[in-house]
Design a protein around this ligand. Structure first.
Ligand code: NDP
Length: 313
């Protein structure tokens, strides 16, 4: 078997992975970045980005990620399109097997596998996933031209999704379980100003109802968190935007995580409990979760990785 060795392997290609790749390349480490299931990460499924410094005008998330990856390649990063399906972080060097049955080893690893959208996990959500139920307005909004849709959640994602959906839908109903949104004030202002959007406060989604024998949504049942009363809303689509969970299943029982699955790192560092393994971005940060903080953590991981190699190998 042909096993290829690298000084640094980076798992994930979002802002954390790409920034780690740029810094590690510029330190002469010739890293391999394995792009993962969602190349470019979550920014590739958003639209306008207004809070990444350096751009006075709104830029597009997918464009920003293309630029980051191109920059990483320009300074010497090797890119592998594929996903790691198993790894051994207990061996030295570390081992990684990909979905194309290739095996790689490395002296250090930077885990930047990010986070994925959470689901409510109710049976009807599963039944209609891909048939009117989605967690990505940018991907699926187009299918709801002149239709009525609901967005579940009260954070930045929910509000951005609701605003984005107004480009297509005739009515967007944001349903939130409390009476206050968690989203940034600037987004809230835009939301409340938009005439296409209605907000239903203090309700949770209980059930999605479809048309008989057809996988098409007809309505939803929502329940009040105040008086437990149920109500029905007729609509065509439901977007779930209730937060994210870290993509760490691959590392279970190998690396220390908290009870939500976020990789634990040392204070002011991206070092994990395994020497030579670093974690950066949404996979370890559950507080800030921004592209710019992920990029900063990716930079830290590359610097710490370089230091580890020069001191230990
Ligand atoms: P958040 O965790 O910020 O918000 C999740 C929302 O979903 C909350 O309003 C929460 O309600 C609600 N929720 C959670 N679980 C349930 C449930 N089971 N049923 C009903 N509602 C539920 O996640 P986001 O994905 O919105 O954002 C994640 C991070 O990414 C944040 O740090 C955010 O700032 C950032 N982000 C930034 C953007 C930007 O700057 N442009 C864009 C998008 C995301 P409750 O409030 O009651 O807890």
């Amino acid at each position: 078997m042909n096993i290829k060795h690298h000084k640094v392997i980076i798992l994930g290609s979002g802002p954390a992975g790409c920034t780690a790749a740029i810094y590690a390349s510029r330190s002469g480490l010739e890293p391999l970045m394995i792009r993962g299931l969602e190349p470019g990460g979550q920014l590739t499924i958003t639209t306008g980005v207004e809070n990444y410094p350096g751009f006075a005008k709104t830029i597009q998330g997918p464009w920003l990620m293309e630029q980051m990856e191109e920059q990483a390649i320009a300074v010497g990063t090797k890119i592998l399109t594929g996903t790691v399906i198993s790894c051994n972080l207990k061996s030295k060097p570390f081992q990684f097997k990909t979905d194309s049955d290739e095996t790689f080893t490395s002296d250090t690893a930077i885990i930047a596998t990010g986070a994925s959208a959470k689901w409510l996990n109710i049976p009807s959500e599963k039944k209609y996933k891909g048939y009117g139920v989605s967690a990505c307005a940018t991907c699926d909004g187009f299918f709801f031209k002149n239709k009525i849709v609901a967005v579940i959640g009260g954070g930045n994602t929910a509000v951005e999704e609701a605003l984005f959906l107004t480009k297509f839908a005739s009515k967007v109903i944001l349903i939130h379980r409390r009476d206050k949104l968690r989203a940034d004030k600037i987004l809230q202002k835009r939301l409340f100003k938009n005439r296409i959007i209605d907000v239903v406060w203090n309700h949770v989604l209980e059930k999605i109802i479809g048309k008989e024998d057809k996988k098409i949504i007809k309505s939803i049942i929502i329940r009040s968190t105040q008086d437990d009363k149920a109500g029905e809303i007729k609509l065509d689509g439901v977007f779930i935007a209730i937060g994210h969970k870290p993509n760490t299943d691959l590392f279970k029982n190998q690396i220390k995580m908290d009870n939500e699955g976020y990789i634990l790192t040392k204070v002011n560092s991206t070092r994990t409990n395994i020497e030579g393994v670093f974690a950066a971005g949404d996979v370890q940060d559950k507080i800030y979760r921004q592209a710019v903080t992920a990029a900063g953590l990716g930079c830290m991981a590359a610097i710490e990785s370089e230091k580890f190699i020069s001191e230990n190998l």
